[in-house]
Design a protein around this ligand. Structure first.
Ligand code: FES
Ligand SMILES: [Fe+2]
Length: 438
């Protein structure tokens, strides 16, 4: 349970809010490169941290992110002409380059120097392996991009995806660090007897109330949740939260899976889920029952609607709030815990169902919520510390992001932190990991 003040600090990201200021210290995955496919292509409306912006790729291929509103009479730059290295407002022809300079002002006399005094708000964009990153912060010297492993591998090019979630970024993100729900929301209809013994899924379903260890890290927070495996061993699920909005859930085997998920605040009520992964290491969508059928509820889920031109019309799902996520009540009675198809859509339905901003003053948190409690505190503390001049965690240390998550079997007397130190490192090949996921 949080006070209303703490909940506001945690969730609100507009300009001038403590969390908004914290977010603006970091590079933010803002668009997929495919949204701006070529020089002088159509500009794209995006909303980021409650700001309405226009992204464009100029004639030279350089990327720009500018205020939606023209500084002259506030017309939308979305209608602008993307031509000859700048975006030209169609109302009176003022033209701006990717740095926000006004490079042409044909409505003023030729001898006027007014154009040199006018700028449009412009943020830096940069591109790496199919992802376009934005920096909206105050620094003149830009910080480095974080070492997000899948975004630094060429194979990640086809592993980028995005999806709009209609709720505040914190509760969307918290779905990924709430490991207890896996046994219910996603696997609630599956009994241990339905899956082969000596597998992660078997241990998972045989004991649905794991114990938790949560530690604070340089980059955020990490948990290890353990439950019995065999007589002398535990099954550990180890997962990461990384500042300010990244998660690495513990699907698959620790040391093997390469994938990072981002919960980018669009505004206080909307989140853009952006995923970067190396596809063939993400085993969670491929789990099967003993008869070879995909496990109920573990299919990829809903398809996407075509993108529209509105900032909230990017990467929407066909199953959504308006159609109750296409819930199938008959399936819920017979073969699926939720009746909602697909892991992602089950998470989407439940986190959106808490209203746009969850009322954290009315929660009743248990021991299984320890990771959520500590992560909230880490975020609130970092946001408040920044207001006192303490630098945002990890911004200047991109290498701290080089971590992985996953499941592992350890002897009961092993120290989980020591035993997994090596397996949690990114950019490494870990040969000989025992395959207990299938
Ligand atoms: S409003 Fe944009 S040029 Fe006048
Ligand atoms: Fe989930």
């Amino acid at each position: 349970m949080l006070s209303q003040h703490d909940n506001d600090t945690l969730t609100k990201v507009g300009p001038g809010t403590p969390m908004g200021d914290l977010m603006r210290e970091y590079w933010i995955p803002a668009l997929l490169s495919t949204e701006l496919p070529e020089p002088d292509c159509d500009p794209v409306r995006i909303r980021l941290l409650c700001e309405d912006l226009i992204a464009f790729r100029d004639t030279n291929g350089d990327l720009g992110l500018i205020d939606n509103y023209c500084p002259h009479r506030r017309a939308s730059m979305f209608f602008g002409r993307n031509e000859e290295c700048g975006l030209r407002c169609v109302y009176h022809g003022w033209k701006f380059d990717v740095n926000g300079n006004c490079v042409d002002m044909p409505s003023e006399p030729a001898e006027s120097n007014f154009k040199d005094k006018v700028k449009i708000t412009a943020y830096k964009l940069t591109e790496r392996n199919g992802m376009i990153w934005a920096y909206m912060g105050p620094r003149a010297a830009l910080p480095p991009l974080p070492d997000i492993e899948p975004n630094m591998m060429a194979e990640s090019l086809d592993g980028n995806s995005a999806g709009l979630r209609e709720c505040n970024w914190v509760q969307a993100m918290e779905g990924d660090i709430d490991t207890a729900h896996l046994s219910f929301l996603h696997l609630g209809k599956i009994d241990a007897e339905d899956v082969p013994p000596k597998t992660f899924d078997f241990y998972q379903q045989a004991d649905r109330a794991p114990h938790y260890n949560v530690v604070e890290t340089d980059y955020g927070t990490m948990y290890g949740a353990y439950r019995p495996a065999e007589d002398d061993s535990y099954y550990w699920r180890i997962a990461q939260f990384m500042m300010p909005f990244y998660t690495i859930p513990p699907e698959g085997r620790l040391g093997e899976k390469i994938g990072v998920r981002c919960w980018v605040p669009v505004d206080d009520n909307h989140t853009m889920f952006t995923s970067m992964s190396i596809r063939n290491t993400n085993s969670s969508m491929n789990r099967q029952t003993t008869d070879g059928q995909p496990m109920a509820g573990l299919s990829a889920g809903s398809g996407k609607l075509p993108n529209g031109t509105g900032s909230l019309e990017r990467w929407r799902f066909e199953a959504n709030r308006e159609n109750d996520y296409q819930i199938d009540r008959e399936a819920q009675r017979t073969k699926s815990f939720t009746g909602v198809s697909g892991i992602h859509m089950q998470d989407q339905a439940i986190t959106e169902s808490m209203d746009h901003i969850e009322d954290r003053t009315r929660e009743r948190l248990g021991t299984s919520d320890t990771m959520i409690i500590k992560t909230r505190q880490r975020l609130i503390n970092a946001a408040r510390a920044l207001q006192e001049g303490v630098p945002a965690p990890a911004v200047d240390n991109p290498e701290v992001y080089q971590v992985r998550s996953g499941g592992v079997i350890l002897k009961r007397d092993q120290d989980w932190l020591k035993a997994t130190e090596d397996l949690r490192r990114a950019f490494m090949v870990h040969p000989g990991i025992e395959d207990t996921t299938k």
